[in-house]
Design a protein around this ligand. Sequence first.
Ligand SMILES: [Zn+2]
Length: 283
Amino acid sequence: MTARDPTFDPPLGVCPLCACPDVRAFDRDYRGACISRCEGCGVRFMNPQYTDAYLTAYYASYVPEGPRTPEARAFRLAQKTANVELLERYMAPGRMFSVGSGDGLELAVAKSRGWTVEGYDVDDATTQRVARTVGARIYTGDLFALPLECGGYDCVYLDQVLEHPKQPAKYLELARRLLKPAGILYLGVPNIESLASRGKSMLGRLGLSRRRGRFYDTFHHLFYYAPATLPPLLEQRFGFTVLTVLGDPKPRSHPTVATRLWDRAMRHAPWLDSTFVILARPR
Ligand SMILES: [Zn+2]
């Protein structure tokens, strides 16, 4: 990231997800970013938000850190495999569209398990390379202008995506359009109301944190969700039926009986875990 100072849009007076006009100041992080909370749906978001010009420059200079060690690569592979396995508890492999497909690992995992995969990401060079290595169509450019088949996908997969864009509603509307009637939206996002975030939030408000609100990750996260806010929004505003909401415990290289029990508990206590997963079907 360059040292370029952020620039901001005018403040939002209406919630970008539910259109409620009751938007209130909620928090401020150590970088000076202001966080609002929608009183209608409960979702929090950075307000004001970065300008498009700033975000374009930020992502142009942002190089995601790939796994550097064999252990880190094995961890990511286990994580992606667990995600696809979870999906397969609800549906047989079919046609998948992954938004934010990155280095293509989850596409490769899904393809090896019988899925027909397509992806999308913003970086042209990366998408071309991934398309070659995975052997799949990877789109780039304007996501909302792509020639995608409406009602043609068994799964639309958005893992750690929806917290980034300024218009998350457009992503959910697109997913709804692309899915077959029996298709499934896979949505993984950070949990702003996790046990850890609640504790850190309290320390920040008491002035006991050197980097107050660091967990908002305001370098590039603009929206902050929780198991209590996002599933009702999907059902009430975006035409989905939520099938399940689960915690997202990370794979362990040396699991023990105790960690297995703990992870299982976290899986079924999504309100505690640092990230959570929603599976939802068009209504
Ligand atoms: Zn709202």
